[in-house]
Design a protein around this ligand. Structure first.
Ligand SMILES: Nc1ncnc2c1ncn2[C@@H]1O[C@H](COP(=O)(O)OP(=O)(O)OP(=O)(O)O)[C@@H](O)[C@H]1O
Ligand SMILES: [Mg+2]
Length: 503
């Protein structure tokens, strides 16, 4: 069977919680190979835990399927799935000792045995013997390196030790898949690093599939065979750590994985892209004049003496980071973050260049906000749950609104535009975010942001729609903002023929 290669497959999985309007997981398509170490990586609230809970069976997908070795397991309860979970907050029984905590599940468990009774073979469900339980617990304790802690009380253990017990408790059932939801989140940095290596070693030793959740990109890069970068319920990219780091699929991934310089560029002839007001050589091929996102890693920025590189800039900050210096260089209005082992003085003018190989050019996700709207009775346009002032006379050449409120063209024809469907276009830099939220009719929440050298790109969401906004002002993720758009910046296009609205 073709699906046998994959232990878990998510097919068009979407999830919406009962009382919510938005999906928190969208169009999730993923195949996980047996024995793989897969990491879901993404900012808080992007749907990592929800996806994991659906795999474990604690939540059901609103749409789509979850297949285990090619078989749909949607209706299988959690305890019947060969899957165990280590949760974000480890829930151990505080009154039991280490041994009892790990053995707890095994004591409940019944396994089938075949016995011969009166010459006939019968299958009975029996509890595991004390001996078997003891062996299994011992083996689990060995794997998490806690052999000597069997009889210790849970409350006397450190956070790291408790987490090991939680892991031992999950692997003692010999699951085929282990789900780990930010298992190291509560540990300090040093302990976390240690446990990362140990978990990786455990994965190797056990040979089972790990699905790991974290919002820490470094953790994901060091531990995983495959990383699934998520944002706002969507998969942004799936790949090996190196692929994701070297060839991010879009500006969000580039920004989230490691520090990056991200600029909006324009394609010029002969494999050149214009950023920082200069032409840089690149290796990719893109259509001429196309607007693109350009990503440059700080370690790929080469600093030279003034006029020796592609473009000059002024060093405005310098921080020693142990092995290298981190510089911020202003090139016109744009910031360039650079790393170098060489020491350059602050305030000096230098020149920078980047090897063509290190100029990562990618298609822009969104170049303009597009909405489906309709014209209201008073010639406003309704989209994003609001009636916006706009200029409907742009829908027909040399037209005006007459006394009856109809659109009238030069030849005297009249059109009643109410309810007529339109496409609405708003440029990214024409959406205005306002901190006087109470004075604005439309409000939204900042879901995501990416810094692009001289401005930020924000994703702002209201009840019904998203706005992508380019702005030089700094806001935070989660901020509630007012949204304004000046009427002249709302561009309209009729979906049908104007004739059908003739009066
Ligand atoms: N039971 C629920 N009912 C309604 N909404 C929920 C429920 N559980 C989660 N959500 C919402 O779904 C979205 C995704 O949540 P989820 O817990 O999957 O995020 P996450 O990526 O695990 O975040 P974190 O890194 O903070 O743990 C959030 O907006 C959250 O508020
Ligand atoms: Mg979570």
């Amino acid at each position: 069977m073709e699906n046998q290669d994959y232990i878990i497959e998510l097919k068009n999985v979407r999830k919406k919680f009962d009382d919510a309007t938005d999906y928190v997981v969208e169009e999730f398509n993923l195949k996980i190979k047996k024995g793989e170490f897969v990491t879901f990586l993404g900012p808080s609230g992007c749907g990592k835990t929800t996806t994991l809970r659906m795999i474990a069976g604690f939540d059901t997908p609103t749409e789509g399927q979850i297949l285990l070795k090619g078989v749909d397991i949607s209706s299988l309860p959690p305890y019947k799935r060969p899957i165990n979970t280590v949760f974000q907050k480890y829930a151990l029984f505080p009154t039991m000792n280490v041994y009892e905590n790990i053995a707890f599940g095994l004591k409940m468990k019944k396994v089938p045995v075949t016995v011969t009774k009166n010459g006939k073979e019968v299958t009975k469900m029996v509890h595991l013997s004390k001996d078997v339980i003891q062996k299994k617990v011992k083996k689990a304790l060995e794997i998490v390196d806690m052999e000597d802690f069997e009889s210790r009380n849970i409350q006397t253990l450190s956070g790291g030790q408790q987490q090991r017990v939680a892991i031992a408790r999950a692997i003692v059932n010999e699951p085929e898949i282990l789900l780990l939801d930010e298992p190291l989140g509560a540990l300090d940095l040093k302990m976390r690093k240690e446990m990362q290596l140990e978990l990786k070693a455990m994965h190797k030793k056990l040979g089972i599939t790990f699905i790991y959740v974290t919002h820490d990109q470094e953790e994901a890069l060091t531990m995983s065979d495959t990383i699934v970068v998520m944002s706002d319920g969507f998969i942004q990219q799936v790949g090996k750590p190196k692929e994701i780091y070297d060839e991010p699929a879009n500006a969000f991934v580039a920004d989230f994985i490691g520090e990056s310089n991200i600029y909006t560029g324009t394609i010029f002839p002969d494999h050149k892209v214009k950023i920082l007001n200069k032409l840089f050589e690149m290796v990719d091929t893109f259509p001429l004049h196309q607007k693109v996102d350009v990503v440059i890693r700080p370690e790929d920025v080469i600093i030279k003496e003034q006029d020796q590189g592609t473009v000059n800039g002024k060093i405005v900050s310098k921080i020693f980071k142990g092995i290298h210096y981190q510089y911020v260089i202003m090139v016109g209005k744009n910031e360039v973050t650079a790393q170098s082992t060489e020491s350059w003085p602050v305030d000096s003018t230098v020149s920078i260049s980047v090897l063509p190989n290190n100029i990562h050019v990618m298609k822009r996700n969104i170049e303009v906000n597009i909405y489906d709207g309709y014209i209201t009775k008073n010639n406003k346009v309704c989209f994003a749950d609001f009636d916006w002032e706009c200029d409907v006379t742009t829908l027909a050449k040399n037209s005006h609104i007459n006394e009856e409120g109809y659109l009238q063209t030069e030849d005297g024809a009249e059109y009643d535009l109410s309810d007529c469907e339109v496409k609405v276009y708003v440029d990214l830099d024409k959406v205005i975010m306002d901190d006087k939220v109470d004075e604005c009719d439309v409000k939204g929440q900042i879901i995501q942001l990416v810094y692009k050298g001289d401005h930020y790109q924000y994703l702002v969401r209201n009840e019904s729609d998203d706005f992508i906004v380019d702005s030089e002002w700094t806001w935070n993720e989660g901020d509630i903002v007012g949204i304004r758009i000046n009427p002249e910046n709302i561009k309209l296009k009729l979906k049908g023929d104007l004739k059908q609205y003739a009066v």
